[in-house]
Design a protein. Sequence first.
Length: 417
Amino acid sequence: MTAPRFSTLGCRLNAYETEAMKALAEQAGLTNAMVVNTCAVTAEAVRKAKQEIRRLRRENPDAPLIVTGCAAQTEPETFSDMPEVTRVIGNSEKMMPETWASMTPDLIGDTERVAVDDIMSVRETAGHLIDGFGTRSRAYVQVQNGCDHRCTFCIIPYGRGNSRSVPAGVVVDQIKRLVQSGYNEVVLTGVDLTSWGADLPAQPKLGDLVMRILKLVPDLPRLRISSIDSIEVDENLMHAIATESRLMPHLHLSLQHGDDLILKRMKRRHLRDDAIRFTEEALRLRPDMTFGADIIAGFPTETEAHFENSLKLVEDCSLTWLHVFPYSARQGTPAARMPAVNGKLIKERAARLRAAGDAAVARHLGGQVGRQHMVLMENARMGRTEQFAEVTFSADQPESRIVPATIRAVEGHQLAA
C-alpha cells in the first residue's frame, strides 16, 4: 500500500492546495492513487495537464487517476473523456473531506465519475489551513480565493469562483502558530489578493489585514505579500509600506500591459499612468522597494506601437522581476474572439520583453554589490534578500535563519556573499 502520488501544475495556490489534499487523502485512508492538480490559465496549461495525465498512466497502468484543479473545473468533459482518467473533481470538491472519504480504494463503487459543481455558488473559502507549506524558512498562507473581475483574456474566475476572504482572526491565529513553529517569513497569497475583505463584515481592506498581522504577531520577523492589483491598493497598505520595516520591500504587480487601448480591451481597471503613479509613490515611501510584474505579449490587436508601451513600462515603472506571458487564446473568453496577432510575432515580442527583464535584473543585482542585506536562508548555501534576490554563500549558514550578509559579487542571476 502506497500513499497517493500528487502532481501539481500552475500557481503557488495550486501547490498550497495540493498539500491540503495530501492531508485529506491521508485522513481518508486513500492509497495507490494518482492525483493531477491542473491549471487552466492558458490553452498550453491544459495541454500540459493532458500530457502529464498520459505520462502518469504509462508509468502506472493500474492505479486510479484523479484529475482536479482549475482545468478540471472549467472543462470537466475534456478530462472525463480521457480513457486514462478515473475521476474528475472540481476545485470546491477537492477541498472537502467528504469527497476523499467517499472514495473506495479503486474509486469505482458508488461515487460519481465526475463531481464538479457550480463554482460560482461557493460563498466561503474552505478552512484548509496548512501550517508550514513552503520551505522550512518561509510559509505561505492563503487568505483569499476567487475573483470578481472579468478580464477578457482570463478563464480563472470560472475555475476559482467569486472572491472569498478568510477572516482576519483566522489568518492571525495561523500566523501565530507558524511563528511558534519557527518560521521567519510568511507570504500572504490568493487569486486576487487586493480584493481581500470585500465579502467580510465592515469590508476591511488588505492594508487593514497587514497592519493587524504586524500588530498582533510582533514576533513575526518578515511579512511578504504576493501578486497585487495596484489600482486596488488602499491607504493602510501604503501606510504599511511607508512605516513597517517587517513588510518586505518587494511587490509583484498584475499590470498585464503598458498601453491604454490594450488595457481597455483587456477590461483592466487601470491605465498606464495609474501604474506609473503607484510605483513612483511606493518608491517615494520606500526607496528600497522592488517590483515584479506580469505582462502579456501579443494580446489580440496589439500593434508594434502598443507593444513598445509595454516595453517602456519596464523602465517607467522601475520593474525588476518580469513574468512574461506570450498571449495564448483561451476558449470561452472574449479575447479569444478578437483579431489575433501572428504567433511568430508574439514569440518575438515575448523574447524582447524577457531581454528587457533580464537587463533590469542585472541592473538591480549590480547595484547590490558592497551592500549589506538581511538574508533569509532557504538552505545551507542559499537565501533571499528582503527584495527576494537569491544570495549564495561559500560556507554553510544556519537554515531558516535570517543572517546579515555583505554582497561581494554578482554571479549570473544570483548575488554572492
